[in-house]
Write a protein that binds this ligand. Structure first.
Ligand SMILES: [Fe+2]
Length: 324
């Protein structure tokens, strides 16, 4: 299956006004706002939609409260879309919207959809930088000072809690939708990328005991300056850091997470691994020491870390069945 990546995410939010203001502060372009919610787009023509939590047009929720209600994956072409529809129709309901998009659910009951992608990534130049004994920027101030507010450039992965038999839940994407496994950890955490993607992961299933629900969507900005500039701006606007800034071991990317009033967490990052067709999946039987304690600004001293149990979208012990 030639799936290219995330196409859109739709949230059902308890406080649409706050959720809308948050996405604007985050650096998404507001294209429409009305009584039913707000719509945002990214430079690569993907989109984010905020709706009231009780909006009848939304798919049913996996968990109570504000959360992502549906993630739409971009199919490379119409043939791919038809193949997805044929595959999923074997064992579950697939509905078709007025624009030909497909809507269904995965093996954990999370609502997913598919449409022919309009995504067109606009490559960026990496800013000239100087390092020890090697200057690429001469007689010039760093260009970050000439840039305006940070704009998120693209979404590149979604993460869900995946309790129980996580390998089976991941297998739905790997065996039926053409996703590829990049790395697995402890046999129960799976970093997966779309069939025609070079991202380290576009979908991560994390086994956190009984934790269930949508966890976060990650965005990419131009460089590390923009990760730090975005996070600083968000804190100045009163939004709450969940973790970071820091750098992941898995995927190598910079990160900074915030609590998203639209639901779950949100991450911005930069410099993630590029995975080629030559990559062989890695399986880690233990947590690599470099992964156990990556470099990260420790918030205990300077901020208010958020305990995992306080994440708003999580429910212990409630694994809801797939819904038709
Ligand atoms: Fe992430």
């Amino acid at each position: 299956m030639n799936i290219v990546g995330l196409q859109s995410v739709t949230y059902g939010a308890e406080d649409v006004e706050a959720a809308t203001r948050f996405q604007e502060d985050w650096g998404l372009e507001l294209v429409e706002i009305g009584t039913t919610g707000s719509d945002f787009k990214l430079p690569d023509d993907t989109s984010v939609h905020i709706r009231r939590i009780d909006d009848d047009s939304l798919p049913p929720s996996s968990v109570p409260g504000s959360t992502a209600r549906e993630v739409i994956w971009g199919a490379a072409d119409k043939d791919t879309l038809e193949a997805i529809g044929a595959e999923l129709s074997k064992d579950r309901e697939v509905t078709v919207d007025s624009e030909g998009g497909l809507h269904s659910y995965d093996d954990l009951g999370y609502r997913i959809g598919f449409s022919v992608t309009t995504r067109a990534i606009k490559p960026l130049d990496f800013p000239d930088s100087n390092t020890v004994g090697n200057a690429a920027r001469i007689d010039e101030r760093a260009d970050v000072f000439a840039r305006g507010p940070v704009k998120q450039k693209r979404m590149f992965h979604a993460v869900y809690w995946a309790p129980g038999d996580t390998a089976a839940a991941a297998g739905f994407y790997l065996n039926r939708l053409g996703f590829k496994l990049t790395e697995s950890l402890l046999g129960k955490n799976f970093f997966m990328r779309c069939g025609s993607s070079n991202d380290h992961h576009n979908l991560f299933f994390e086994n956190g005991g009984n934790n269930f629900g949508f966890q976060h969507v990650a965005y990419e900005v131009r460089d590390s300056d923009e990760v730090l500039k975005c996070g600083t701006h968000m804190e100045e606007q009163g939004w709450q850091t969940q973790l970071g800034p820091g750098r992941h071991y898995f995927g190598s990317g910079w990160f900074w997470y915030f609590l998203n009033p639209a639901g779950g967490l949100i991450e911005t990052g930069f410099d993630s691994d590029f995975i080629s067709a030559d990559w062989e999946p890695l399986h880690h039987d233990s947590i690599p020491p470099e992964a156990a304690r990556p470099w990260m600004v420790r918030r205990e001293e300077i901020g208010k870390p958020v305990a995992e149990g306080d994440w708003p979208q999580l429910i212990d012990g409630n694994v809801l069945p797939a819904r038709s």
